[in-house]
Design a protein around this ligand. Structure first.
Ligand code: GLN
Length: 291
């Protein structure tokens, strides 16, 4: 009979060529089939799962060997200690995006801050901020109805009531007069011909959540050009971007009149996010169109 320990060892060996962290992935998949947390596996290594559970695990390991992302196999991913539902209609939240959450939480914002998350996907960023700051009001936008359904279900399951989700192609559906204290986004920023798109989880994620034009910067250009009109004077814009895009994103923010432009690195030391403050007088970019 196969124990938890035996099943994990066997699966980790099978997953070794395909996975970055074979034992971790085997644990996540087995815990899912057992309806337990990963920590339970450490407590009960000699437990013998039943035949249905073993068949479930064997199936998921086979699917993983075909390349399907672990988050799609379990239908969930942890982000900022929140267990989020994930589907093939949403980007899979990445640990490096937690850096954007830390950055946002470190800003000096009013207790009743209004915060906008552009391209919210599963709602990861909006929900993490909503859970960490119960007095903030979050709005998450996405143009994908399927992604918004996932985000709304996540808010319901997490019982977070200070967040609303709205269908919108970037700023398009926002009322003209809405103003935020902070706008955050993890927009698509991968270049069209980036070879990473043919590898790993990216093959299974929505293209529109990953790719943004020949240099990957189309979405960020659009956001940088339009964010100031939806920020209060002195409001912040913070964007995740690719590890070679910091210089270009910073230049765009300055060009659109943002001050205090900063670049942040993630734990691996890679350029990861840039932000700045909207011009203090009015919502218009200083160097923009005078009309
Ligand atoms: N960080 C992701 C990756 O390259 C891309 C996410 C995005 O485009 N926003 O794996």
């Amino acid at each position: 009979m196969s124990s938890v320990r035996g099943l994990l060892e066997h699966a980790a060996r099978r997953l070794t060529p395909a996975a970055d962290e074979p034992l971790l992935e085997a644990q996540v998949l087995l815990a899912h089939c057992l309806g337990r947390d990963r920590s339970w596996l450490y407590a009960w290594p000699e437990h013998i799962p039943n035949a249905t559970q073993i068949a479930c695990f064997a199936h998921l390991v086979d699917e993983r060997l075909r390349g399907r992302p672990v988050a799609h196999l379990t239908g969930e991913r942890e982000f900022w200690s929140l267990r989020l539902l994930i589907s093939p209609d949403t980007l899979i939240p990445r640990p490096e995006t937690e850096h954007l959450i830390e950055t946002a939480l470190a800003l000096e914002l009013p207790d009743d801050a209004r915060v906008l998350d552009l391209g919210t996907g599963s709602g990861a960023i909006a929900l993490a901020l909503a859970s960490a700051r119960r007095t903030w009001r979050l709005t998450g936008l996405d143009r994908s109805a399927a992604a918004l359904a996932v985000a709304r279900e996540n808010a319901r399951r997490l019982a977070l009531h200070n967040v609303d989700f709205l269908a919108s192609d970037w700023f398009e559906a926002l009322p003209e007069q809405s103003r935020f204290d902070l706008i955050v986004a993890n927009p698509p920023y991968v270049a069209l011909d980036d070879p990473h798109l043919t590898r790993g989880d990216l093959r299974f994620e929505p293209r529109a959540a990953l790719v943004s034009g020949p240099d990957g910067l189309d979405a960020i250009r659009h956001i940088a050009a339009n964010a100031a009109t939806h920020l209060v004077p002195g409001g912040w814009l913070w964007l995740e971007h690719g590890s070679d895009q910091g210089g270009r994103v910073g230049a765009m923010l300055r060009q659109h009149g943002f001050d205090q432009v900063e670049l942040r690195h993630d734990l691996a030391g890679r350029e990861r996010a840039s932000g700045g403050r909207s011009p203090r007088r009015g919502g218009q970019a200083q160097s923009g169109n005078p009309t």
